[in-house]
Design a protein around this ligand. Structure first.
Ligand code: SF4
Length: 376
C-alpha cells in the first residue's frame, strides 16, 4: 500500500474560530484545530484557516463482501456490498481488528474516483456500497460523493460506524446513506470507552442513534462483548432496554464475540455461554431480533416474533430467505417483518445463497489492493 501525496480538498461541517483556528463538526470530538495542525483523526487539517480532508479519494482496502458481514441482517439479505475504506480513525480501540489501517498516521491508499467505485460496484452486481473497515465519518466527503454516484446507478449505501458522529453529520448523510450499522463495544460503558478506546463520553452515542432513527436511515446495532473489561450482563440489559424504549424493539441487535487483537492479545475470546446469556438478556429486555455474531451456526437465524416461523436462515455470512413473502410478511402468520428485501426471482435464491460465501476480487488489476477476508 504506497504512501500518497495528500490532496487538499476542503471539508464539510466546520467553522472558523478566532486566531485562524477551525472547529471540525463531523464527529463528536469537535476538534478545535490551530493553523497547520491536525484533528484527532489525523486526516483533517487546518490549512491557513481552512479545514481540509486528506483522506479524500485514497482507498486503503476494497473488497466484495456479503452484506451479512457488516453485519446487516434486515437490509437486502443475500446481496453483495462493495466495501471500501481509507486510513485512520477517530477512536483508538486497544482491541481494534483493523488496526493495520485505523492506527495509520500517514495518508496511504490507491486513488480511485467516486464514479469509478460506483461503476465497479454496479458492473459486478453489488446491491450496495459499504463505507467500512475504518470509521467512515472521518472521510464523509468522499463517502457522500461516492454515494451520490451509487444512487445514479440504483445502488444503496451503507455506513459501518462507531456512532460518534454529530447530528449535523447524520443530517448530511440523510438521503444518501440508506443503512447504518453502529458498532458499540462493552455495552457503551463510559469507563470502558475512556480507558480502552480513548473516547471521553460514550453516552453521546445514544443521541446519534436517535438521530439516525429520526432520519429514517435503516439502523442495526452491534455490541462487542470484550472479555473481562466489557462483558457484564447488567450493561447488556441496560443498553437493550434503552434501545427498545427509545428507538424501537425492532432494531436488530447483534452481540458479537470478541477475539484478541492489536494491544489486547492476552485475553481469551468471549465465552460463548456468556454470549448465549447476553442474548437471552437482550430479548428479556424487550428486543425482538437479537443475534449472536462470530459464533458460526448459532444465534444467526431470523424467526417471526409472533409465530416462531423461520424467516431467514443463515450460516456464517451466507443467508437464505425462506419464510418471507416479497413484501416482508411472515408466510405462516402474515406478520409484517422489518426486513428490506431485494426484488428476487425465485430461481435466483439458491444461487445467491452460494454466491454470498465467495469473496469476489474486482477492480483494476494494476492497483495494489488490500484484500482481506478477515476484515470486519
Ligand atoms: S472528524 Fe477528525 S478532526 Fe473532525 S472532530 Fe472528529 S477527530 Fe476531530
Amino acid at each position: 500500500m504506497p504512501a500518497r501525496e495528500p490532496e487538499e480538498k476542503t471539508g464539510i461541517l466546520w467553522k472558523s474560530l478566532p486566531g485562524n483556528r477551525v472547529q471540525c463538526d463531523l464527529c463528536l470530538r469537535r476538534c478545535v484545530i490551530p493553523q497547520g495542525e491536525r484533528g484527532f483523526c489525523f486526516v483533517r487539517k487546518n490549512v491557513e484557516g481552512r479545514l481540509v480532508t486528506e483522506a479524500y479519494g485514497h482507498v486503503s482496502a476494497i473488497n466484495m463482501d456479503p452484506i451479512e458481514k457488516k453485519p446487516l441482517f434486515h437490509f437486502l439479505p443475500s446481496t453483495d456490498s462493495l466495501s471500501i475504506s481509507t486510513v485512520s480513525c477517530n477512536f483508538r480501540c486497544k482491541f481494534c481488528q483493523n488496526w493495520d489501517i485505523s492506527y495509520f498516521s500517514e495518508i496511504r491508499g490507491i486513488e480511485i474516483a467516486p464514479s469509478e467505485i460506483a461503476e465497479a460496484a454496479f458492473s459486478h452486481g453489488a446491491a450496495s456500497i459499504s463505507y467500512t473497515y475504518n470509521e467512515p465519518t472521518i472521510f464523509m466527503e468522499y463517502a457522500l460523493d461516492t454515494a451520490k454516484e451509487a444512487k445514479k446507478r440504483g445502488l444503496k449505501n451503507v455506513f459501518v460506524t462507531n456512532g460518534y458522529m454529530t447530528p449535523e453529520a447524520v443530517d448530511a448523510a440523510k438521503g444518501f446513506i440508506d443503512a447504518m450499522t453502529v458498532g458499540i463495544k462493552g455495552s457503551l460503558k463510559p469507563d470502558f470507552y475512556r480507558k480502552m478506546m480513548a473516547v471521553p463520553n460514550s453516552e453521546d452515542i445514544k443521541g446519534t442513534l436517535a438521530a439516525i432513527k429520526e432520519a429514517g436511515i435503516h439502523l442495526e446495532v452491534t455490541d462487542l462483548l470484550v472479555t473481562k473489561y466489557g462483558d457484564d450482563l447488567a450493561s447488556v440489559a441496560a443498553l437493550s432496554k434503552w434501545i427498545a424504549e427509545n428507538l424501537s424493539p425492532d432494531v436488530p441487535f447483534h452481540l458479537l464475540r470478541f477475539f484478541p487483537d492489536a494491544q489486547l492479545l492476552d485475553l481469551p475470546p468471549t465465552d460463548v455461554d456468556l454470549l448465549r446469556k447476553a442474548r437471552q438478556t437482550a430479548i428479556s429486555s424487550g428486543l425482538r431480533y437479537v443475534y449472536m455474531g462470530n459464533v458460526p451456526g448459532e444465534g444467526e437465524n431470523t424467526y417471526c416474533p409472533v409465530c416462531g416461523n423461520l424467516l431467514i436462515e443463515r450460516e456464517g455470512f451466507s443467508s437464505l430467505v425462506v419464510g418471507l413473502t416479497q413484501d416482508s410478511k411472515c408466510k405462516r402468520c402474515g406478520a409484517q417483518i422489518p426486513v428490506l428485501l431485494k426484488e428476487q426471482k425465485g430461481a435466483e435464491k439458491r444461487r445467491q445463497h452460494k454466491r454470498a460465501l465467495c469473496k469476489i476480487p474486482i477492480y483494476l488489476e494494476q492497483t495494489a489492493l488490500c484484500w482481506s477476508s478477515s476484515r470486519r
